[in-house]
Design a binder for this molecule. Sequence first.
Ligand code: G
Ligand code: G
Ligand code: MN
Ligand code: NA
Length: 256
Amino acid sequence: LELENDLRAALENHDLRLHYQPTVDLDTSEVVGFEALVRWPHPTRGMINPLDFIPIAEATGMIVPLGRWVLHEACRQAVEWSAAAGGRPLKMSVNVSVRQFDQPDFAETVAAVLAETGMPADRLCLEMTESVLMTDTEANLEQLVRLKALGLTLAIDDFGTGYSSLAYLRRFPVDTLKIDRSFVERLGGVLTGDTALTDTIVRLGKSLGMATVAEGIEEFGQLAALREMGCGFAQGYYFSRPVPAAEAGRLFLEGA
Ligand code: G
Ligand code: G
Ligand code: MN
Ligand code: NA
């Protein structure tokens, strides 16, 4: 409860921060964008990991205002960095919780943030897990259609770790598969079965006309394997950890 009260105060006092992890185009090796990842520098407990406070925010409903703040800050920052780089397009990815997605006015919220920040819709990507998208209900489909109508892109985060039915990929207007790092971890090793799975996901994405982003690249061997498979984009410590805003801005300027 103490942590919950502290989080509410942090949100009200604008004490939360975003870190940014670059997304790299595997054809050009260019930094084409970032994933925004929220951080909480707590006055006495030090930096608190999102895995330790996002669940609290979800359980209490605070994730709704918190998520709106993340979206606004990430878009504002993307517009600023893009302008500083002479208008070079910057794709910003933001994680969205099921609790946010389920808000009847979520699409209106996103539209308002785009208008407030001047962020072009097609440069924003919303990441959702399979569990959000898998719930094959009319309400979910309508929500996705409303979001797509704004012109933004939708990504499935941690792809391959959730439900195994793929039928929803045909039904739902999803643009991007983010290949979970548990698959990438096994690349570059000797177990061919592990490579085959990643290769299959890349092919699946391609055949459905979706972009593929590999997560959690830590070694050159994994990068080489993904390039060979034709995976489009990648993130991971091999390129950069999630970094504070000032450093991310420099990475974007230098990463062209
Ligand atoms: O940054 P880190 O790797 O510690 O993130 C841990 C988890 O927290 C990841 O699953 C990530 O998707 C999630 N996360 C980080 N930032 C946000 C956010 O702004 N909103 C939501 N819903 N989840 C986030
Ligand atoms: O669930 P989501 O994909 O949003 O989670 C992103 C999380 O993955 C963040 O906590 C980020 O710090 C972490 N991450 C990003 N790149 C790497 C990597 O190369 N290795 C590992 N172990 N974690 C990573
Ligand atoms: Mn993510
Ligand atoms: Na992920």
